[in-house]
Write a protein that binds this ligand. Structure first.
Ligand code: AMP
Ligand code: MN
Ligand code: MN
Length: 347
């Protein structure tokens, strides 16, 4: 429904490109009343994965589709407020069962199975259509199915918005909130380079659906567990700056997450402290994953392409935000990565 803002303006929503409208069609044709659709995203869902999934769950459920959120890792505590009243939507604890029974799968916020954790094999071997809604530049490796993939979107949430627009589906406040959280978090609070005029236009339209931005800000950014702030203090202690190379890097001390009773999602944003230093062109955060691999988060300022750097190590991502997970001891991985980082940062 077009809704009035406080200045009396009314918005019918933001127009979508012909390309996205075309891409949305086969996806919409897939959804049938009564069918089972499993929604999944990458390990340690972020605000985009979580918000897009909740929004799509509401959109599909409202049309009689039996949707279920089936993530490879538990729905992050930080985004649990999105599930209030619809806790039943999250079937991540029984994801395998739900994926195996699904009539279609929708993969959100990734275009390949590399970051689907223990669900990768099930999605790869699925005999049902595997749809994908994503804004990553990577060449996808997913089983066949409709694709709504556009690296020009600021977040997967923007593409879910387009899907709803293409279908002329009404946005409920719950849908709008999920999409707003997706776009808010993937743009770093509407600050990063993906904060396009259109991203703000879509966000403005979403706000017209009874959203309170201050309340959402509080839910997402100002409801931190004490442990997160203490973890931040520990990670900041490890900061190394190499001004000559335009490089800053930090390390999550082994066992720090457990010690402070927080989970990986609480690391979101910490790497920004390294990136915020004047003269830094490349910021890196290292941490050990539960499986013993080393996760590297890469952020750049300006033209430096960290997706290319991440690809050298089997990872990927966006030009200014990328990551990889490497085999090896922490010290060895650091030495290897820093050496590559110094050569690209110096250029
Ligand atoms: P992160 O540093 O985990 O916040 O990730 C930043 C971006 O890098 C993500 O949005 C992904 O696009 C990408 N990324 C992170 N980790 C990996 C990985 N192991 N493999 C491929 N891409 C990754
Ligand atoms: Mn993501
Ligand atoms: Mn995203």
């Amino acid at each position: 429904m077009a809704s009035a803002d406080r200045y009396g303006g009314r918005s019918r929503g933001v127009g979508i490109t012909a390309g996205r409208r075309r891409a949305a069609k086969p996806l919409l044709a897939l959804f049938k009343r009564g069918m089972r659709v499993a929604l999944t995203t990458h390990v340690n869902a972020d605000g985009d994965g979580a918000g897009s999934a909740v929004a799509l769950w509401h959109l599909l459920t409202g049309r009689g589709v039996r949707a279920a959120i089936t993530n490879p890792t538990p729905f992050p505590q930080r985004y649990h407020f999105l599930l209030k009243g619809i806790e039943r939507a999250d079937k991540s604890a029984a994801a395998v069962k739900h994926l195996e029974r699904a009539d279609a799968i929708v993969v959100l916020d990734i275009s390949d199975t590399g970051r689907l954790g223990h669900l990768a094999r099930i999605v790869e071997q699925a005999s049902v259509p595997v749809a994908c809604i994503d804004h990553h530049a990577s060449d996808g490796t997913l089983p066949p199915g409709p694709r709504l993939v556009d690296a020009g979107a600021c977040a997967t949430g923007e593409l879910v918005y387009d899907l709803a627009r293409a279908a002329r589906w009404q946005l409920s406040p719950e849908v709008a909130r999920g999409l707003y959280v997706a776009m808010l978090t993937d743009t770093g609070g509407f600050r990063f380079s993906n904060t396009t005029p259109r991203a703000l236009q879509v966000a403005a339209h979403l706000l017209q659906h009874e959203l309170r931005p201050e309340e959402i800000y509080r839910d997402v950014y100002a409801s931190e567990p004490e442990g997160k702030v203490r973890l931040l203090a520990e990670v900041l202690e490890t900061l190394v700056v190499e001004p000559a190379n335009g490089l800053a890097w930090m390390t999550v001390p082994p066992g720090a997450l457990e010690r402070h009773g927080v989970d990986a999602v609480d690391l979101e944003g910490i790497v920004e402290f390294a990136r915020s230093i004047r003269g830094v062109r490349l910021a890196i955060l290292f941490r050990e994953l539960a499986n013993g691999r080393i996760k590297v988060s890469l952020r750049s300022v300006g033209e430096l392409d960290v997706a290319r750097l991440a690809q050298q190590f089997g990872g990927g991502g966006h030009q200014r935000a990328a990551g990889a997970s490497l085999e090896g001891a922490l010290g060895d991985v650091q030495a290897q990565l820093l050496s590559a980082a110094r050569s690209v940062a110096r250029c």
